[in-house]
Design a protein around this ligand. Structure first.
Ligand SMILES: Nc1ncnc2c1ncn2[C@@H]1O[C@H](COP(=O)(O)OP(=O)(O)OP(=O)(O)O)[C@@H](O)[C@H]1O
Length: 391
């Protein structure tokens, strides 16, 4: 098996490097384990004649940052699901899947649990609250919310914004109701208090904030791997969850509260950059590997991701892309082995991808394997509905 991200001149250990056409067969090779330890089997090389070559895996021994690109319907979510299945099976690692479209429920068949996300209000730093609520931090209501959250976190936890205890959980967190009461008690113009309280009430209605929510680390420690079902959750609330979870996993690894290496798999990742979740995702991309947190961002809009997402990724998987701006973002990998007409090198077929392996500075065409668990990302078809199916 050829293992992406593992490095060395002979990543599969069979005595040959893969041929450009992916027919990496060394007939003299002694037995090559089908799946070496700490490896995710994601597919096989795709030869020019369309036949399958050697198996291709992703290194799970060390932490990585990765991206999965592809225009709609080319197989991004499916590929992320394959990786999640492999992570759920492997020792020492655990996937946490951010599922904005509700398409990863099938992973329950791999033993994952689908959870309704709940995070503590204190897991969002006071300075981020105005933005989260759509308030200008310099405005009266914005600065009031900021101050009230900061005071409440100081009073209850005593250690500032969003800090974690050793188990990776936030220190005592105020409830949103308590924050509203605090807003009411402040000496400020009534219209300022009213606006601040109304925005906090709106955040309560999102249903993702819970002062007694389990610590974020429990997503990766308690029982089976977790799929965070964010389908139908408002964008701002989903961003708050991603911020809290990304930061919580990072802090838990730093504090020693997490003995497995978490992989945060983010589908529709473009939705989480440029907003409240942005700083936490950037932290994982740039510094996550040091404490052992991996992140993989999947999107049909690579151009909407910051450059850092590509420049920091040592694992790039790209299904078909056509828009020039999206191909340009991929080109920012600045890999000389990617030179030439990149768009033309991206395979056409669904489930086929160009994978770029930073560790060996090579790019290969791969066919992603079929899922073991059901994939729920299929678009509804009128023809199927008329055949009596429900989707
Ligand atoms: N590796 C694969 N093997 C077999 N079928 C696949 C593979 N990848 C994708 N498919 C098929 O293609 C369909 C679309 O894949 P997927 O839902 O992952 O697309 P997507 O790129 O995430 O699209 P969207 O942007 O709409 O979410 C899947 O429902 C599945 O039927």
């Amino acid at each position: 098996m050829y293992v992406l991200g593992r490095g060395g001149t002979d990543p599969d250990g069979d005595g040959t490097e893969p041929d450009r056409d992916g027919t990496n067969t060394d007939r003299n090779a002694v037995s090559i384990p089908d799946r070496p330890p700490h490896t995710a089997r994601i597919g096989s090389f795709l030869a020019r004649d369309g036949s399958a070559g050697a198996a291709v895996g992703v290194d799970l021994d060390r932490p990585h940052a990765g991206v999965v690109f592809g225009k709609r319907g080319t197989g991004k979510s499916y590929t992320l699901g394959v990786l999640a299945e492999e992570l759920a099976d492997a020792d020492g690692v655990v996937p946490v899947v951010v599922d904005p479209m509700g398409v990863f429920g099938g992973l329950e068949a791999a033993g994952d649990r689908v959870v309704d996300p709940a995070v503590r209000p204190a897991s969002i730093p006071p300075s981020a609250w105005p933005d989260l609520l759509g308030l200008d931090p310099a405005s009266g209501p914005g600065s009031l919310v900021w101050r009230v959250v900061a005071d409440a976190v100081d009073a209850e936890g005593g250690a500032g914004s969003g800090t974690n205890d050793a188990a990776g959980g936030n220190l005592l967190s105020p409830s949103l109701a308590a924050l509203r009461e605090a807003v009411d008690a402040v000496d400020a113009p009534p219209e300022t208090r009213r606006a601040a309280a109304n925005h906090l009430r709106l955040a309560e209605s999102w249903g993702v904030f819970d002062a007694d929510a389990p610590p974020v680390a429990s997503l990766a420690t308690d029982g089976d791997p977790a799929v965070l079902d964010l389908a139908g959750v408002p964008d701002a609330a989903a961003s708050a969850v991603v911020r809290a979870v990304a930061r919580g996993l990072y802090d838990a690894r730093i504090d020693g509260g997490l003995d497995r290496l978490p992989w945060l798999l983010v589908d529709e990742a473009h939705a989480f950059f440029g907003g409240v979740a942005d700083p936490a995702l950037r932290t994982l991309l740039t510094r996550g590997r040091a404490p052992g947190v991996s992140v993989v961002c999947a999107t049909q809009r690579p151009a909407a991701l910051p450059s850092v997402a590509v420049s920091q990724s040592d694992l790039l998987v790209s299904h078909r892309l056509t828009a020039a701006r999206d191909v340009d973002r991929l080109a920012e990998a600045e890999a000389t082995y990617l030179a030439g007409d990149l768009a033309a090198r991206l395979p056409e077929g669904v489930g086929e991808a160009l994978v770029v392996d930073d560790a060996t500075e090579t790019a290969h065409t791969v066919r992603i394997r079929e899922r073991r668990t059901p994939h729920e990302g299929e678009s509804p078809r009128a023809s199927r509905l008329s055949d009596g199916e429900s989707r």
